[in-house]
Design a binder for this molecule. Structure first.
Ligand code: ADE
Length: 237
């Protein structure tokens, strides 16, 4: 998968993909992540990327011209219907569709080329959404100062789902949410730490019993922490 990130703060990403699974996935050429400064596509002698909102109001709005130029350059098209197959242009915004494991799964499977736009200020000129954006995604019901942390979250959630990114493919399948439940608790050595003991069932090597215990604990944990996942109030996962 190729990922292009459009941001006015490229330095934000200078180290964030240099750790663990994402770093390994990049080295193994499972994913290629390119960071682009929107200012490089700005026009005029002042390299303006934002301007005051029509109709008045606080804050600044990201201008359409640099984003159209950037996306045209990265996808070869300036209308979403003309993108090559497998191209998705995602706007990170609190107005977007909530990011769930199923949304990450769909993008990881369908998208070969992902362009992520990190919104800023009061917003982005709506013509960018109308003409260029295929998906608007929110990482949660809170407002960040910009889309950068959200882009990093989305990339992390996607990369671990790409074939070969994890050591074994069972680890992704056992993640929280992959079966609609939170993950069960995990323990490692020592079996007795300051008098806190690891549940006996995990020590006895009976794999059928261990699996049963894990299912029960996952269900218990989900009921206590996220009852909405069990009652379906949460919508699709
Ligand atoms: N930009 C600002 N807040 C955001 C959020 N909650 N999700 C995605 N992008 C955002």
């Amino acid at each position: 998968m190729r990922v292009d990130v459009l941001t006015i703060f490229p330095e934000y990403f200078s180290e964030i993909f240099e750790f663990g699974i994402i770093r390994r996935a990049k080295l193994a050429e499972i994913v290629e992540i390119n960071i682009h400064d929107i200012r490089e596509y700005a026009m005029g002698k002042h390299n303006m990327v934002d301007d005051r909102p029509f109709g008045g109001g606080d804050g600044m709005v990201l201008k359409p011209e640099p984003l159209f130029a950037a996306i045209e350059n990265l996808t070869g098209a300036s209308l979403r219907d003309a993108y090559p197959m497998g191209t998705r242009v995602v706007m990170l915004t609190p107005q977007g569709k909530p990011l769930k494991q199923a949304v990450a799964g769909e993008l990881a499977t369908e998208a070969e080329h992902l362009v992520l736009i990190c919104g800023r200020y009061e917003g982005v000129d709506e013509r960018v959404n109308e003409a260029l954006v295929t998906d608007e995604i929110s990482i949660g019901d809170y407002v960040l100062s910009g889309g950068e942390p959200a882009a990093a979250v989305l990339i992390d959630a996607l990369v671990r789902l790409l074939p070969g990114a994890l050591g074994s493919d069972t680890s992704a399948r056992n993640d929280s949410f992959s079966d609609g439940l939170l993950d069960c608790p995990h323990y490692t050595r020592p079996a007795d730490f300051r008098g806190m003991k690891v549940p006996e069932v995990l020590l006895n090597g009976n794999h059928a019993e261990i699996e049963k215990w894990r299912s029960i604990k996952a269900l218990e944990k989900t009921r206590v922490a996220r009852g909405d996942l069990l009652t379906g109030e949460n919508g699709d996962m």
